[in-house]
Every structure is written in C-alpha cells, then in structure tokens.
Design a protein around this ligand. Structure first.
Ligand code: NDP
Length: 487
C-alpha cells in the first residue's frame, strides 16, 4: 500500500521541493510508516521567506479587529474539525484518543481565541513632556519562527501562532520531524479562514531546517519548544543575528505532599503529572516529596491505583488511558533510565517493564513505573526522563523539602498539596519555578502565563504578557515647541 506524501505549506498552498528528499513518519503504537513528508530544501526555504515577507506586508496593514475576526474563524474551523485533528495527533504521537479528543485541539483553539480577543485591545501610551509629548506604538516584529516538540504538536503550533499572528506577524513554523501533520492542517485552516497567503508557512525537516530558521537574517524572533540542550544551541545560533527568543524547555519538577494533604487528591495529581500522555509532558512532577507521616498511605494508594486503573493498548480505543512513547529510540532511552534507577538502588514499587498490549503488540509502550526509596543524587531524580517514570522521596521538614526541591538547574513547574492555606502560599513562593499549582496539577488555561525559571526557559507563552513578546515598542517624540539649538 502506498502512503501519502505531504509537501511543505508555503504561500497558501503545498509546494514541491526540488531535492526530492523525504522522510517517513511512523505510528508509535504500531511501528508502521503512515506517511512521508518532503524536506524543506533551499528552494522551499527561500520561498517561505519571500512569501512571509509578502504575507507580513498584507497582514500587518490590516486592523487588529480585522485580524481578530479571521483568527476567530480559524478557531471555529479548528473546533468543527476536532475529531479529524485529534485522530491525526493520536496517530502521530501515540497518545490516547481519550486525551486528544478533549485536550489537544481544544487547548490550541482556546489560545488562538484568547489572543484574537486581546489583539484589538493592545494600546500604546501617550505622555506630556512639558508642552511636547511622546506616544508609543506596539508594532509587530516581522517574520517570526516557531520550532515545535513532538508531544503536543498541534497545540504547540497554536500556542505559537496565536499570539504571533494576533500581533500582526508572519510565522514560519517547523514541527518536529516525528509529528509533522498537525501543523499542515493548521496552515490549511488558517488559509481557509482568510489568513493571507504567506502569513503562516510550514517547513518540514529535522535539526538542519531548525538551524536555518535560527540563523536566517530575515527572521526577527524564534519561539522554541524542546529540550534544554537544543534550546541552548538555538539561543547561541539566534545570537548571530540578535533575534528575540522565547524558550519553552524541559523540567524536573517537584510536588510536595504535606501530612495534612488530601492524600487521594495528591495521588491523583501525582498520577496525572507522571502518566498523562504516557509521561511525555514538560511540566511533569517527576519528583514527589512526601511527608514521612503520610508516606506509607501515599505509596499504598498510588500502587493500587496505578496497577488497577491504567489501561495500555491501541490509543484509538476510547478505554485506553496510556499510549505509546513517541519512538523506538525514546522507548530505549526511558527503559535505560529505569535500569539506572534499579542499579542505583531505588525500589521498584510498580511497573518497570516494556509492555506489549494485545491490541498494539508492536507499539513502544512502557508500564507506568514508580520508584520509592529514592535519594536526591540518583540519576532518575536528577534528569528529565520524559516517560511514565515517577520518583517518590520522603521529607520531614518544610525548609529541607524546599531546599531539596530547588536543588536543580531546572525550574519549569512545581506543586504543593496541603490544607494549610498559609503553608501553601509560603512554600509555593519559595519554590523556584515558573508554573506552580496549589492542590492541583497540570492545568494550563490560555489566560495563565507559562514558562520556566533557571534553565527551563526564557520568556512566557499564553497570558497577556505574551502579546508583548511578539511586538516591539516604537516611541515617537512630538515637538510642539521650537528647537533650542547651540549651532
Ligand atoms: P528537541 O529539543 O529534540 O526538538 C525540538 C525541536 O527542535 C524539533 O522540532 C527538532 O527537530 C528541532 N531541533 C533539533 N535540533 C535543532 C537545532 N540545532 N536547531 C533548531 N532546531 C532544532 O525536543 P523534543 O522534540 O525531543 O521534545 C521533548 C522536549 O521538549 C522535552 O525536553 C520537553 O521537556 C520539552 N518540552 C517543553 C515544553 C515547554 O513548554 N516548556 C513543552 C513540551 C516539550 P526534529 O525533532 O525534527 O529533529
């Protein structure tokens, strides 16, 4: 059976490359090639820049309310095509349908809707300076680049294009080579909604295509989602042309469970924050610090619920709540971390093996895994694993727990479970992380800014402030008095 071949989406249509180079995309749940994609060669790259220049000229000349209207139409189309798009995400990523059906498209559409609403409300300032005055304009940056990770492909494309386009920019987006289709569908939807040709182009390929975007002198900003190591390369490369950068990178986030917490709720948070999307979520609370008085109760309930309530298998089955990891390589990486946890002395409470569910025997599944008796120096406690692997640690002193939680170069997210309202705020204010939850974990509405402290990122996505990251301020001084010149 021949599989489809997708081309790059440039200037409102599919553009054939000249090199003929393609790459294959596999369904992680079946290990089968499902389609091929053409790589963006030099011809496609040049076309992307030229059309983005044209697109930017048209789009930035429109009023914010005109742009808003078009973006809201795209939101309507995204929601109407929810199931078609969610299915693409399931086949590309291996995540369960029961998640994609209600999260991936919806949360992407929410963010575009949010920024479409904000765009017409963005205003400059005006201030008198004696009889003269100045005013400021919020102007778009020009052509921006977005580079996405593979865990939430469509959502990431929406989270970058929403504010970029609302502010009047053009965006060239490169999805991960593992999950390239969602961004193409978004491009079709934008175009159908009335976004002018060239305003949202999709280029395909691996690191080389990403590098080209970070180096191009025609691109003013790069918004990147991916690993810390890649993020450092992107920042270094973007420095060559002094591009503005937004970096959404990895994490190794702590969740602190105090002895007055609702333990069932805390277990729910820990399971969501380690097993949802089979653990491939950047904000995951992979270090769970539990107060010694409730440690046994916590791990007993965690073990029971993990062993009883998780169903791995064909991700398109709506009953399934644990999907396949993104690739064979990633599967090996995660299994390698599990081996390290065992060899470094952690106790395997549950899981720890690769799974071969009857409905998807060739998929890259890993059993939901919990390690107890963990210590802060273990590799599984220090490094981001990006799979369903949780480390549980014990504490008995609040200050010590905070110190240990902060003892990492990462700072993406953190959480605390306690019924003591003063302690909740006191603790969370001391945790060095950009996204924090009290008696909750993982919710990320469009209204809430998200981003990392320390090496987990630069800048923010979502929330009002993000629109500022896609504009530049022009100050205009207006002379109402004669110039006093010494010449
Ligand atoms: P990678 O860093 O491997 O890749 C991210 C993107 O960068 C991909 O599109 C990749 O292309 C591209 N890329 C690779 N090398 C370069 C380069 N030198 N220059 C420019 N672009 C490049 O991340 P993953 O895709 O593996 O995603 C997982 C990571 O993403 C985890 O660390 C996770 O924590 C993080 N993440 C962070 C989020 C946040 O909001 N903070 C959200 C989601 C994930 P290709 O893959 O095609 O090779």
């Amino acid at each position: 059976m021949t599989t489809p071949v997708y081309q790059n989406f440039i200037n409102g249509h599919f553009l054939k490359n000249q090199s003929g180079e393609t790459f294959a995309v596999k369904n992680p749940a079946t290990d089968e090639v499902i389609y091929h994609v053409e790589v963006a060669d030099a011809f496609v790259q040049n076309a992307a820049i030229e059309s983005a220049k044209q697109g930017f000229a048209t789009w930035s000349a429109m009023t914010p309310i005109e742009r808003s209207r078009i973006l809201l139409k795209a939101v309507e189309l995204l929601r109407a095509r929810n199931d078609e798009l969610a299915k693409i995400e399931v086949l590309d990523t291996g995540k369960p349908w029961q998640e994609a059906e209600c999260v991936d498209v919806q949360t992407g559409a929410d963010v575009i809707e949010y920024f479409a609403g904000l765009a017409p409300a963005q205003v400059g300032q005006q201030q008198m300076v004696g009889e003269d005055f100045y005013y400021t304009r919020k102007e778009p940056l020009g052509i921006c680049a977005g580079i996405g990770a593979w865990n939430y492909p469509l959502q990431i494309a929406c989270w970058k294009s929403g504010p970029a386009l609302a502010a009047g920019n053009a965006l060239i987006f490169k999805p991960s080579e593992e999950t390239p289709l969602g961004a193409i569908k978004l491009a079709e939807i934008f175009f159908e909604a009335g976004v002018p040709a060239g305003v949202f182009n999709v280029v395909q390929g691996a690191a080389e295509v990403g590098q080209w975007l970070t180096q191009s002198d025609d691109i003013e900003k790069v918004s990147f989602t991916g690993e810390v190591g890649t993020g450092k390369k992107v920042v270094a490369s973007a420095a060559g042309s002094l591009k503005d950068v937004t970096m959404e990178l990895g994490g190794k986030s702590p969740l602190l469970v105090f002895d007055d917490a609702d333990i069932s709720q805390a277990v729910s948070a820990a399971m969501l924050g380690n097993f949802y999307t089979q653990g491939e979520i950047c904000t995951n609370c992979t270090r769970i610090y539990v107060h010694k008085n409730v440690y046994k109760q916590f791990i007993d309930e965690l073990k029971t619920r993990t062993e009883q309530n998780i169903i791995a298998g064909d991700p398109m089955n709506p009953e399934v709540n644990l999907g396949a990891l993104i690739s064979k390589n990633h599967h090996e990486l995660v299994m390698g971390y599990i081996d390290k946890g065992i060899s470094e002395g952690a106790t395997l409470l549950t899981g720890g093996e690769a799974l071969k569910p009857d409905s998807a025997p060739n998929g890259y599944f890993v059993a939901p895994t919990v390690f107890t008796d963990c210590t802060d120096d273990m590799t599984i406690v220090k490094e981001e694993i990006f799979g369903p692997v949780m480390s549980v640690l014990v504490f008995d002193d609040e200050d010590d727990a905070i110190r240990r939680a902060n003892d990492t170069h990462l700072g993406l997210a953190a959480g605390v479970f306690t019924k003591d309202i003063k302690r909740a705020h006191r603790v969370i204010h001391q945790l060095q992380a950009g996204i924090c939850w009290i008696n909750s974990y993982g919710n990320s509405p469009a209204e809430m800014p998200v981003g990392g402290y320390k090496q987990s990122g630069i800048g923010r996505e979502n929330g009002i402030e993000t629109l500022d990251h896609y504009t530049q301020t022009k100050s205009i001084y207006v002379g109402m008095t004669d110039i006093e010149s010494p010449f």
